[in-house]
Design a protein around this ligand. Sequence first.
Ligand SMILES: [Zn+2]
Ligand SMILES: [Zn+2]
Length: 482
Amino acid sequence: MPSLTFYGGVNEIGGNKILLEADDTRLFLDFGMSFNVASQYFAEFLQPRKCTALADFFELGLLPDIKGIYREDYVKHMGRPAEECSVDAVLLTHAHADHAQYIHFLRTDIPIYCTDATRIILQAIEETGSNPLSDLITACDAFTFYMNKRGTLSRVTRRNREFVHERIFHVLEPEDKVTIGSLEIEMVPVDHSLPGACGYIIHSAEGTLVYTGDIRFHGSNQALSKQFVAKAEAAQPTWLVSEGTRIESVQQDSEAGVKSEITRLIARAQGLVFVEHPIRDLDRVSTIFEAARTNNREFVVPIKLAYFVEALGDLAPFDLPDVKLLVPKKSWGLIDKAGIDWHLVEQDYANWEKPFISRENAITCNELRNNPKHYVVSMSFWDITQLTDIQPKAAIWIKSSCEPFSEEMELDEERKRNWLDRFGIAEYLAHASGHASGPELKAMITEINPERVFPVHTEHPDLFTAFFKNVELVEPGKTYTL
Ligand SMILES: [Zn+2]
Ligand SMILES: [Zn+2]
C-alpha cells in the first residue's frame, strides 16, 4: 500500500517535505526550508554551521535523518559510510524557498521534476543570490581538496569546474504524463504568486493522490487553478494533500484590485513613486508595470529583476528594453563619477551584474532625483540606502507585499518606517496574497471530494474538520498508509 510521511509543512506555513512511497517507488513532494523551525534556533548572525555538514540541521529537526538522500560530500564529511541512493525523484511544485531551497542538500543523482519556469527561477537564484545554500541547479563538492599547479593541496571552489556537478532536471509540460517506478505523474499548472507553480496528480495501482502545492484563485492565472480543480475532481482522488495557509481568513483578495489601487495612487502622486513587492512575483511586477504605463510613467527595476526578466524570456510580462534599469552605487560607487575608466567602474559589480550596467536603458539615482515624476521604482527595504542618493521630495511608497510575520520582520518594518519618515515619504498598502482564502479552500475541497484530506502548509489544520468529514491531522514524521 502507498504511504505518506510528512517531514515538514506540518502545523507551519511552508517547509513541505513529503515522502510518498508506493511499492518500490519513493519520491519527495517538495523539499523546502522550514522558516518556522529555522527561526526558533537561528537568526541573521546565528546560522547552522557549514563545518558540521548536516549535523546542525539533523539535531534541530531542520532536515530528516534519512539514509541515501543527501549529497555524498556532506555525508562523507560527517564520517558516515557511503550510501546508496534511496529515492527515485523529487517533484517540485514551485521555486519558493519553503518548497525548494533544501534541494541544496540532496544527492545530485536524484532527478528533479518541475516546470520550465521553476527551473529558470532556481537557476536565477543560484546565479544571483547571496544565500550559501543555493546549489540548486549545480552542486560544487564541499570539503574537497585538489592538487594545484604548485603541487600542493588547495580547497575546491566553483572555479574548479570538474568538481561542479549538474543536477538532473526533468522539465514537465502541462498534459505530460511521466512514469516514475510504479507511479504515473501528471503536472497541472496552478495560480500562485510565482511563475511556474503547479500541483500534481499521482496515480498508483491503489488509488490517486492530488497535491495542491501553493494555490490561489484570484491572480491573473486564476483559470489555471480552476482547471486544476476540475482535473483533480475528474481523477476521483483517494487522497488530497492540500495547502491551508489562509484557511482562517475570509478576506477575498484580488490582483485586479491591487492594480486599480496602485494605478490610483500613482495618478495622485506629486513626486517619485516607490513600490515594494516580492521581486519574483511576476504577476505583481506586471501589475506595477501596467499601472505605471497607464499613468505615462516608466517602470524602473533593480538589476536582479532585470536578470530574472531576461532569464524568463517569453515567460516574462515585458521585454527588458520596455523598462529602465536602476544601477545602484556599489563598492567604491564609481558609476556616477565622471572620467573613470569603465574597467574600474565594472569592478564595483558582481560578474552577473556587469552585462546590465552599460545597457542603453540603464539609469542611476541621479536621473530619479532630477525627473521624479517620470518614474515608478521597484524598491526593496534592502536597497533603501539609495534614498540618500535620490533625495526624494513628495515621494510615496506603496507596500505591495505581505505583512511582517516574525519579530525580525517587524523590526525591519520599523527601520523602513524610520527611513520613510526621515525623507517625508507617505506609505500606502496594496497587496493580494499568494494563497486561497478559507471559503475558496472549502469550495476547492468540496468540489474535488477526495476520500481523505491531509492539510499541510497551515497553522490551523483543525479548521478543515469544520467542513470536511475525513481530515487527517498530520503529525510530523509519522507514516500514514493510504
Ligand atoms: Zn509555500
Ligand atoms: Zn509559494
